[in-house]
Write a protein that binds this ligand. Sequence first.
Ligand SMILES: Nc1nc2c(ncn2[C@@H]2O[C@H](COP(=O)(O)OP(=O)(O)OP(=O)(O)O)[C@@H](O)[C@H]2O)c(=O)[nH]1
Ligand SMILES: [Zn+2]
Length: 357
Amino acid sequence: MTRDYSQFLPTSGTPTPKRQLSALERLGWQPFFAQQTDLETLVATPPVRAVEQHRSGLRVMGDGIDTTLPPGPEATVGDWLLLNRDLPANSAVLNRKSLFQRRAPGTDRRIQLIAANVDTAFIVSSCNADFNIARLERFVAVAFQADVTPVVLLTKADLCDDPSEFASQARTISDRVPVLTLNARSGEPATALTDWCKPGQTVAFLGSSGVGKSTLVNALFGTGIAATAGIREDDAKGRHTTRHRHLHFTADGCGVLDTPGIRELQLTEADEGVADVFEDITELATQCRFNDCKHDTEPGCSVRAALETGAIDENRLARWRKLVAEERFNTASIAERRADDKAFGKMVRSVMKHKKR
Ligand SMILES: Nc1nc2c(ncn2[C@@H]2O[C@H](COP(=O)(O)OP(=O)(O)OP(=O)(O)O)[C@@H](O)[C@H]2O)c(=O)[nH]1
Ligand SMILES: [Zn+2]
């Protein structure tokens, strides 16, 4: 039998909708991964994607492959590996397009890999009291840092008199972040999210409890959920619960990442993500006279000057200060934290002083 290896090779641009996707493409195989290797290697060590993380190992799927790798590879859900059939624990991990990671709590504070190769992060909040601009900015910073495209979804638009009020607030976060309002319980998500939930794409949902993440995931899967790669578990109350990290695929071939860890991602090692969200303020800060300007009382401070002319918003500046402080604190090691304790206390007091509400 002659096998068709053309699926391994990079295609130019995005696949045309008419072409039938290969098994690998339906798992999220993209030119980015194909370009890292060659045909010979791909035949000897077929690519597989990590879809579930268990204590006992990593479940991986490929073209006609569904197996569990013993612990060994430094890999997480979403990763692409080249399966070494003789020594599965030695399977090589391909370079990642994107990566969510966090620092473990506790003393060693190791970096933990949360999810790899996510294309779009839906940052979910609701058109009600859950809506909190600072929290949204924090999630957007985490997504930027991970190299994942953030999209803000504001659910429960059907329960709110004026959803556009929430949307316009969310649009002030960054002009690089689309904002949508919707009723997650209606037919809207299936059509509103199609730009991002395309075959071969991988998406994740971030947001606090009760905002509608599970409802949105269910809407994407429709009734086809039982036919997907990973079957979801239900607890006694019939509510969907996720006990381990899990990537499952819609009938169309869009990967949906379900992980409890990703919902409460901390802001750590995310200075670039924060800088991206507050691009304007970051840019101004580079123009201050002093490199270490605290934008407080220093002469020649561009940030304060912009504040005075109304070029930047006072509340937004306060949120930036708080996010920068939070990021620094989370990223610092325990030893650094002890050493910086005094400095940090001072920084917090200074933030509080600047924060009007
Ligand atoms: N009317 C209306 N109800 C919604 C909407 N989105 C979610 N809900 C309801 O809000 C409740 C919480 O939704 P979930 O999807 O369970 O929220 P979640 O974000 O998955 O919550 P956790 O699993 O706790 O993280 C459910 O009763 C949903 O039916 C919406 O857009 N409109
Ligand atoms: Zn300054």
